[in-house]
Write a protein that binds this ligand. Structure first.
Ligand code: ZN
Length: 275
């Protein structure tokens, strides 16, 4: 019924910031991805949950054994792009090149066919319709990028999995979980809302969605369960997204993983495409 997913990127893969976190500095920053992803794999194993891992091509190139480890644990490998650049900042040709570079890196690391994509910072949506065409042209069948919230998306976007027509055929869009709260749309499936809400409240919201036949798509990053994440100065919105209530998140997540029923992205997409 529900989907658990992981965007596999380092703590320093923050969109739109330069300075010490600029891409030309990434090679010199302390890597945390192997230990934090391993910890997530342990949690998923203990909860017997199968997830989809949207792995950044940059990570796959440097840690191909990590991709193998995720696959061996029985999870699906998908693409999170190569350089973690928001889609509107790329021209169609650059998006195409970034996407194919990510697929190449994942396959060099031992992954099979890559058919699902999530854009960095939920940045693929109706503002870049050509990007859906490119995904299908490169063999993708599922996108999980369109967030029905303000700032990174629009509240008018569909909240349920659905098919979208492109120039090259259809693609299934599987949006992240949101709920209405005090007149606002809250991104309960990821980020600050998922970290901040008590597990019983998240579970109640998931149960309510499931009762209506709607799946809840949850997403975490390995850096969110880091015991000791490196701290850097970020603009207020990003500071909030990256640092609010990290403490104890792994314990709250464990409750969600062991209580909510999870299916796979593939199953949820299949149900959407056949309905
Ligand atoms: Zn990302």
């Amino acid at each position: 019924m529900n989907v658990f997913s992981v965007d596999v990127e380092e703590w320093f893969h923050v969109c739109g910031v330069g300075g010490g976190l600029a891409p030309d500095r990434w090679h010199a920053l302390p890597s945390r991805i192997v230990t934090t992803t391993a910890r997530l794999l342990d949690e998923l194993d203990a909860a017997q949950v199968t997830a989809t891992f949207f792995v950044l091509g940059w990570v796959a190139d440097r840690y191909p054994e990590l991709v193998g480890r995720i696959q061996t644990a029985g999870h699906a490998i998908a693409s999170h792009g190569y350089r973690h650049i928001r889609v509107p900042e790329l021209c169609p040709a650059a998006f195409s090149a970034d996407l194919s570079a990510s697929v190449r890196a994942l396959q060099m690391a031992g992954a099979g066919a890559i058919t699902a994509f999530r854009a960095p910072e939920w940045s693929l949506n109706t503002r870049t319709p050509w990007a859906f065409d490119e995904l299908v042209a490169q063999g993708f069948t599922v996108d999980a990028s369109m967030a029905p919230v303000r700032i990174v998306g629009r509240t008018s976007y569909p909240r349920q999995p659905h098919c979208r027509m492109t120039a090259h055929g259809t693609i299934v869009e599987v949006p992240p979980f949101v709920v209405d709260r005090l007149g606002q749309v809250v991104p309960l499936g990821w980020g600050w809302a998922l970290r901040t809400w008590q597990p019983r409240r998240v579970l109640r919201a998931i149960e309510q969605a499931n009762r209506l036949g709607h799946p809840a798509v949850l997403t975490v990053h390995p850096w969110e369960i880091d015991d000791n994440p490196p701290r850097v100065r970020l603009p207020l919105r990003l500071h909030f997204a990256h640092y609010v209530r990290l403490s104890g998140f792994v314990d709250r997540l464990r409750i969600l993983l062991r209580t909510a029923p999870f299916s796979t992205l593939e199953q949820v997409a299949l149900a959407a495409s056949s309905s």
